[in-house]
Ligand binder design. Structure first.
Ligand SMILES: Cc1cc2nc3c(=O)[nH]c(=O)nc-3n(C[C@H](O)[C@H](O)[C@H](O)COP(=O)(O)OP(=O)(O)OC[C@H]3O[C@@H](n4cnc5c(N)ncnc54)[C@H](O)[C@@H]3O)c2cc1C
Length: 207
């Protein structure tokens, strides 16, 4: 997201009492002591890893086709490099384009639109037509940190705070299927906002 959104989110988290270490990588953890690349050590028995995932690999894919984070290198038609008739979409695909030299962001929109483009291209291929190259059009990105704390990057505008949070809530509500679900979730959200008492979102099962 934009620099402004990065800084605003950082401030939101810091205000909530969270200490953020930027440009810091975890290098080891032995169950007691966590060490970072810049020599810092943190004594802790609890570490929650949220630093990302790497893709599943499958046998038979040439090593030369595997890129950063185990993502598979594809051209702009999603064809896997150095193979024939193998296509890779979405999070797994590492498509380096002039606009995105490090690949596209791993977002649902990218996966959906690459799939649409590929479906059309497969038909074009059968008809002997030229294939269309994919490029991601970023219509905006949103992130929420918590109550009244969100950031929104639109192509020309940056928003934050309550207004951004309201947009985030509205769009998520609109993306939920069926009017009944929308209504129930809206009532739940409104109730949680007024009472400041959100229901637990965990399922406890007896063994
Ligand atoms: C917590 C979280 C929050 C997110 N929030 C957002 C958001 O707000 N907005 C947004 O745009 N994106 C969000 N994303 C990212 C978004 O979910 C992904 O970019 C998107 O799902 C990618 O789609 P995909 O089809 O490439 O992969 P996936 O949706 O991961 O689908 C891959 C499928 O392949 C299956 N699979 C894996 N290995 C094999 C195998 N060997 N054989 C057969 N099947 C296999 C998996 O089970 C899975 O069903 C979020 C992701 C996470 C984890």
């Amino acid at each position: 997201m934009s620099k402004k959104s990065q800084i605003d989110s950082l401030h939101y988290l810091q205000k909530m009492g969270i200490e953020i270490l930027t440009n810091t990588f975890v290098v080891s953890y032995d169950g007691e002591l966590l060490k970072t690349n810049n020599g810092k050590t943190i004594k802790t028995k609890t570490v929650i890893w949220s630093a990302g995932i790497s893709a599943n690999t499958i046998q038979g894919i040439p090593k030369t086709s595997v890129g950063q984070g185990q993502r598979l290198l594809v051209d702009q038609t999603n064809a896997l490099e150095y193979t024939e008739a193998v296509y890779v979409l979405g999070d797994m695909a590492l498509m380096k384009t002039p606009k995105y030299p490090n690949g596209h962001p791993q977002l649902a929109n990218v996966a959906i639109n690459q799939a649409k483009n590929l479906a059309k291209n497969l038909k074009r291929k059968e008809q002997g037509l030229e294939l269309k190259k994919y490029e991601y059009t970023d219509l905006g990105t949103m992130a929420t940190v918590g109550r009244n704390k969100s950031v929104v990057d639109l192509p020309t505008v940056h928003l934050k705070g309550f207004f951004a949070w309201a947009i985030w809530m509205f769009l998520h509500l609109m993306l939920i299927l069926s009017v009944k679900n929308k209504l129930i979730i809206f009532i739940n959200w409104a109730w949680a906002y007024i009472t400041k008492n959100s229901a637990l979102r965990i399922i406890i099962k007896e063994h």
